[in-house]
Design a protein around this ligand. Structure first.
Ligand code: MAN
Length: 567
């Protein structure tokens, strides 16, 4: 340490404004360094006092380092460069006389070991230009921000008015829907009644036809079984039909035949059709001549034991008058080969009924329609169109005119109801979307609403990042592949005093062995809306930098010019 007396000469007194002060003292602290009447210096923290000569004597006396503002003696000392022409700078006292020019005015290097060039005027000019540039940017930004705020407010007003309008419309739409629903119900009741009646009549008609065909098939079978044409089917006529072999021993015994005939020796046609046929129709097989099977030609049933077959006669005594002549051609039976018959045996009655329909389709006559009161209406004259006839035989007949009128009226009522229902739903959808909009926080002046529904992208070496403001954020590999959700709109996440400086997008795609992805978007003042950077400060926690005029305050923050000063 140098003797104090020698160092006293080093106590340089500089002046700035009216108050003279020792080297390295900031303007704001100048009052602490004015020698009082007793020439005593009081440390700035007030803890101790020393003779004024202790100031800048290169020996650290005050705990807060305030007695050595212009030397590097105190480890916690601070040296202030006045930097006239630019702006003051505070550097750690350790940098005083360390051989590096820290201050643009060179005052931190006064030992003579190094000659610093004063660059303050030049830096000051650049700084001024930079401040002016930023000021202009801020002013321009603020101007745009005002415009955005105005349109944001206008938009909110419009949406609010629209919401109120819709809420009023909704009441009317709901009333209309209720009315239309009542009308629909009113129109559908008689429609349903008429349709049900029509369906019931059709079901009955189908059942009647089915019974008719069944009886006709029974009669055909009777005629075929009655090989001696005595108008009875007896046990001996039955035993030639192998299908009546109950115990499957290859022979139909008289007992087995009798069992099928319900324990009587013979039955007439009427009894056969009504009592025997229902039980044997599933197993009955007409006797088929060999050649008919091989060439597929239809031919009358073969007479058992070489006897000549007699064609069935509709005038067979004992036929009930109430039954219509058999519509089925016996050929239909002969065409089936054995395999098909076995399959048929497995099928249920419904299928049999349908087969009956198919079999008779070629001989079908035009069907009557069924009126609303359930009575049959005469059919239109037959056409030569076979397809039409086939269809009409299988399909339910058209509704009668009275039912058609009811259906038309119900259709009109249904359409009106559907329209009213859709109108209400559409109003509800719009109300819900407007309410979501109204609940969004667009800043104190609605200035951020300009960013709603806008998407921005930023591409780095690996990914293209996308931000749809107030919606979602995502990441897509440049090399291709699917998009990864980085989060959906969460909330404003700036500090309490700067709430609108950042937004959080959360609950993105889960990170393997990590958190759900999320993004913090940092908003800064800029001339245009732009996503300027995207990075991942910690795994799956992303940060976006977004510049926008909306974040301009009109003020230049020291941080804005910091980079420039570093130059
Ligand atoms: C993907 C990307 C990366 C992320 C990893 C985590 O590769 O989403 O950003 O860090 O997954 O495994």
């Amino acid at each position: 340490m140098l003797p104090k007396l020698i160092l006293i000469c080093c106590l340089a007194v500089i002046t700035s404004g009216s108050i003279p002060r020792p080297r390295g003292v900031a303007d704001s602290n100048a009052s602490h360094y004015q020698p009082n009447s007793e020439n005593v210096f009081v440390c700035i923290d007030g803890s101790q006092s020393f003779p004024y000569t202790y100031v800048n004597d290169d020996y650290c006396d005050c705990a807060d380092g305030s007695d050595e503002p212009g030397t590097s003696a105190c480890p916690n000392g601070k040296f202030t460069c006045t930097n006239i022409g630019h702006r003051p700078l505070i550097v750690p006292a350790s940098r005083v006389n360390d051989g590096v020019c820290d201050c643009c005015d060179g005052t931190d290097e006064y030992s003579g070991n190094i000659a610093c060039v004063n660059t303050c005027n030049e830096l000051g000019k650049k700084h001024k230009e930079e401040v002016e540039r930023i000021m202009k940017l801020q002013e321009e930004g603020v101007r745009k921000k005002k415009e955005f705020a105005e349109s944001g407010k206008k938009m909110k007003e419009e949406k609010k008015a629209r919401l109120e309008q819709l809420q009023a419309d909704r009441e009317a739409a709901e009333t209309e829907r209720q009315e239309m629903e009542a009308k629909k119900d009113e129109a559908e009741a008689p429609e349903k009644e008429a349709k049900d009646r029509h369906q019931k009549a059709w079901d009955e008609e189908k059942a009647r036809r089915s019974a008719e065909k069944d009886a006709a098939a029974g009669m055909t079978a009777f005629n075929e079984l009655d090989s001696n044409n005595d108008n009875f089917v007896d046990v001996l006529e039955m035993v030639v039909h192998n299908e009546f072999d109950i115990d499957s021993n290859g022979v139909v015994s008289e007992e087995e035949a009798k069992e099928h005939l319900e324990e009587v020796e013979k039955v007439d046609q009427d009894t056969f059709v009504s009592k025997i046929w229902p039980n044997v129709k599933q197993i009955y097989k007409p006797l088929v001549p060999e050649e008919a099977q091989s060439d597929g030609e239809a031919s009358p049933p073969a007479e058992p034991q070489g006897e000549t077959a007699t064609p069935p006669t509709p005038e067979t005594p004992g036929s009930p008058d109430s039954l219509p002549p058999p519509p089925l051609d016996p050929e239909d039976y002969y065409e089936e080969d054995e395999e098909e018959e076995e399959e048929d045996e497995d099928e249920d009655d419904d299928l049999d009924d349908r087969d009956d329909f198919d079999d008779s389709s070629s001989t079908a006559t035009p069907l009557p329609s069924i009126s609303a009161d359930g009575t049959l209406v005469s059919p239109d004259p037959p056409t030569n169109d076979v397809q039409t006839q086939d269809d009409s035989d299988e399909k339910m007949p058209d509704y009668d005119d009275e039912t058609k009128v009811l259906i038309e009226a119900a259709d009109v009522a249904r359409n009106s109801f559907n329209a009213a229902d859709e109108k209400l739903k559409s109003i509800d959808r719009e109300i819900s979307s407007l309410q979501s909009y109204m609940n969004l926080d667009f800043g104190n002046e609605e200035e951020f609403s300009v960013l709603k529904d806008q998407c921005f992208e930023y591409t780095d070496r690996e990914y293209t990042y996308k931000l749809c403001v107030y919606e979602r954020a995502s990441q897509r590999p440049k090399s291709g592949g699917s998009e990864t959700s980085l989060g959906t709109w969460g909330r404003w996440s700036g500090p309490e005093n700067d709430r609108y400086s950042s937004q959080l997008y959360e609950r993105g795609q889960n990170c393997w062995n990590g958190p759900d992805r999320s993004v913090k978007v940092h908003f800064k003042c800029g001339p245009e809306n732009q996503l300027t950077n995207a990075y991942e400060p910690s795994r799956c926690e992303y940060a976006f930098d977004f510049i926008t005029p909306v974040s301009c305050s009109g003020k230049v923050s020291p941080l804005d010019t910091h980079a420039h000063d570093e130059l």
